[in-house]
Design a binder for this molecule. Structure first.
Ligand SMILES: [Zn+2]
Length: 378
């Protein structure tokens, strides 16, 4: 979804035969007035429903939306007047909130995360412990916008993400509209937990189950689009059980582990106090990408902070991997308390230089020299 906010079929990893099915009902103009896409969180159900909405509204549809017409261009920017996205929100203290009010936040999620789940949305809403819901004011708004009949396309699409978060009063208010929407109005809904849906709502939708991504396809995608090595992709793809969001989280976890491993390597190298070891480490760092070296610096900073906390009390360090915990302890015993502030300053100076495109090799060599001066010889 890199260059457009809302996906077409090609940007989803949904089952090709399911896409064919949707594509064909669009082309035959046999679209049911209420379709419910069911699938797990972070899976293909939401992207597929969005791609279907795009296809429905396209002015020159082929097997997929054309990508060229005015409607498709408006979909690219999520500015189509005949598409309304509805999702759970957190109520403000004094006023009603509807999806439209949080459009910018939702656009951020679409722009920045290839896949996301309800928890990502809740985090972005910063509502603390409050649970997001689809409130009755949203039902009023939906009844209003679908009654205007001022749409420019042959259809108006309302897409409801997580209808399971609808309050009962909201659902009751929507029943009639869902049963008999005005001509041209199509309701799409995406549920990650259809068992929580009220029977009255469920019965008004035709249901489509969106299956997990086939493993081999997911593995290929992780290599070609997410920068994973074949081994990483194979492992994450297998453990993710056909879910792209889960696979990406597994890869991120691996990337974190790698950064922590390198960060400890950096400090251990400084403690060796030999220019040759510095040069080897700098050479190795230079084979990494710039984001990778930045996260190596950040991981080093994080570890220093944890070591500092450790030196003040008996608190357990958070790293669950024993090997890492032991390495942190052994570095921690070598670093005197007075060295923490200058070490952290050196790291942020190195980070700045790296951001300004300085040579990775030189930055790390210099960093090791100054770090060694702050860690006394044992
Ligand atoms: Zn089009």
């Amino acid at each position: 979804m890199a260059d457009h906010l809302l996906p077409d079929y090609a940007a989803t990893l949904a089952d090709p035969s399911l896409i064919d099915q949707l594509s064909s009902i669009r082309l035959r103009d046999a679209i049911p007035h209420a379709l419910l896409f069911c699938g797990d969180e972070g899976g293909e159900a939401l992207p597929l429903a969005l791609a279907f909405a795009r296809h429905i509204l396209c002015e020159q549809p082929g097997e997929d939306a054309c990508g060229q017409c005015e409607s498709c261009r408006q979909m690219d920017l999520w500015e189509h007047p005949d598409l309304y996205l509805c999702y759970p929100v957190i109520k403000g203290d004094s006023r009603e909130v509807i999806s439209e009010d949080l459009r910018e936040d939702f656009a951020t999620l679409l722009r920045e995360q290839r896949r996301f789940g309800p928890e990502d949305w809740r985090t972005l809403l910063k509502g603390g412990n409050k649970q997001p819901h689809i409130f009755v004011s949203e039902a009023d708004h939906l009844i209003h916008i679908t009654s205007l009949r001022s749409f420019k396309s042959a259809h108006q699409v309302v897409l409801i993400w997580q209808p399971e978060t609808m309050r009962e009063d909201t659902a009751n208010k929507l029943l009639k509209l869902l049963e008999e929407p005005p001509e041209g109005v199509i309701f799409l809904a995406v549920s990650h937990d259809p068992s929580r849906l009220l029977e009255t709502i469920l019965s008004r939708f035709q249901r489509i189950d969106v299956p997990p991504i086939e493993e081999a396809r997911l593995v290929d995608y992780l290599v070609s689009e997410c920068g994973a090595t074949p081994e990483q992709a194979y492992e994450a793809g297998h453990l993710a059980r056909g879910n792209l969001l889960r696979a990406m989280r597994l890869l991120e976890g691996k990337a974190q582990d790698k950064a922590i491993d390198l960060a400890l390597g950096l400090m251990e190298t400084a403690m060796k106090r030999t220019p040759r070891a510095y040069r080897e480490f700098a050479d190795q760092a230079a084979t990494l990408s710039r984001p990778e070296v930045i996260s190596l610096i950040d991981a080093t900073d994080r570890i220093l902070r944890e070591m500092l906390a450790l030196s003040y009390g008996p608190e357990e360090i958070v790293y669950t991997r024993l090997a890492i915990r032991d390495r942190i302890r052994s570095v921690a015993t070598a670093v005197p308390l007075s060295s923490y502030p200058p070490l952290m300053e050196d790291l942020s100076a190195a980070r700045r230089e790296l951001m300004q495109n300085a040579s990775i090799k030189i930055v790390f060599f210099d960093l090791l020299v100054t770090m060694a001066m702050l860690i006394p010889k044992r």
